[in-house]
Design a binder for this molecule. Structure first.
Ligand code: FAD
Length: 290
């Protein structure tokens, strides 16, 4: 199923993100993780891809998307990065996904390598170039990333939105946002997108923060601002893991309810491979999602 079928409807969707677990870590193995997440009946599941390409010696993005869609019956959205790939490698990745019947791709550049070559000979500089190749290959519903508080490399939010238009021209049919902790940032961003003529569905990305270490990493990577209300939660509960988890789930749930109440119908949960956290949020929303 192409995700645009779901995202052009006003029926609320709640989807979740998984990443292929690295071998040898304490995380659940890929089939168990996917099975436990699928039991929560998300609208679809996305599977991330490292900036260096799929794999990392463990389950690949394509294999995990296969597990999501063909073994567990949930539509899969496979992430595909291009920062470290040339056009032949991307073509091979698209052929693999097509063979598996995966129809949805979140096309991304990936973060710039610290010491690698960028762009590669016959490679890509921007996600929009990757989208053009996917569109020309044919058969996929293409999504892209967007940044309510601006991408960290952009000089201004307006410049970032101008470049976003290239994604739409290249065939991007929906956008998923970077995480944000203040819904007003999203509402103001959506207004700017519409004014810029960008009218594809926008899926709001919500990250339940359940430990203080996680928040330091998030701030460094995404540059998302933390509202005072959220900072107070971290200050108070950071040293009490069970309380921090409960507060993080409650905060994310409240964000989702406020989004649905204000007409943002599609929400993606950055679940960090924790089915129990996704399950708690979904249980809190059981009547709302009916
Ligand atoms: P781009 O759209 O290429 O944008 C990157 C920067 O270049 C921006 O500042 C943009 O304004 C600028 N730009 C764009 N086009 C032009 C142009 N024509 N000329 C000049 N400047 C331009 N990373 C992973 O490695 N794996 C994942 O699975 C992954 N999943 C993600 C999912 C979501 C929903 C989001 C929001 C991010 C995800 N990321 C992932 C992170 C992402 O790869 C980084 O944020 C990366 O730095 C930018 O990727 P992009 O696709 O937005 O790039």
């Amino acid at each position: 199923m192409k995700l645009t079928e779901l995202l052009h409807s006003s029926k609320p969707t709640l989807s979740c993100e998984l990443f292929p677990p690295k071998p040898g870590t304490a995380l659940l193995d890929a089939p168990t993780l996917v099975r436990r997440m699928a039991a929560l009946h998300p609208s679809y599941m996305s599977v991330t891809c490292s900036a260096g390409g799929s794999g990392n010696g463990g389950t690949s993005t394509a294999d995990m998307a296969n597990e999501v869609q063909n073994i567990n019956g949930i539509p899969a959205l496979a992430h595909l990065t291009c920062v470290s790939a040339d056009r032949a490698q991307i073509r091979a990745a698209l052929e693999d996904l097509r063979k598996l019947g995966i129809e949805n791709i979140l096309a991304l550049r990936g973060d710039l390598p610290k010491d690698g070559v960028f762009p590669l000979p016959d490679g890509y500089r921007h996600a929009s170039e990757l989208m053009t190749d996917i569109r020309d290959f044919g058969g996929f519903c293409i999504g892209g990333a967007c940044y309510p508080e601006g991408h960290p490399e952009s000089t201004t939010l307006y410049q970032d939105i101008d470049y976003l238009k290239y994604k739409i021209e290249a065939g991007c049919e929906f956008l998923t946002t970077q995480m944000f902790f203040d819904n007003n940032e999203l509402y103001s961003y959506l207004y700017k997108l519409r004014r810029a003529g960008i009218d594809v569905p926008v899926v709001a990305g919500i990250m339940p923060v359940t430990n203080a270490k996680q928040i330091q990493r998030i701030m460094a990577l995404s540059g998302s601002k933390l509202p005072a209300r959220f900072r107070a939660i971290i200050d108070r509960f950071a040293n009490n893991s069970a309380a921090m988890t409960q507060a993080g789930v409650a905060y994310a749930t409240e964000q989702v309810i406020d989004l649905f109440a204000n007409g943002v119908d599609h929400v993606h949960i950055y679940t960090m491979n924790k089915p129990e956290i996704a399950g708690s949020i979904m249980a809190n929303l059981s009547e709302i999602l009916k």
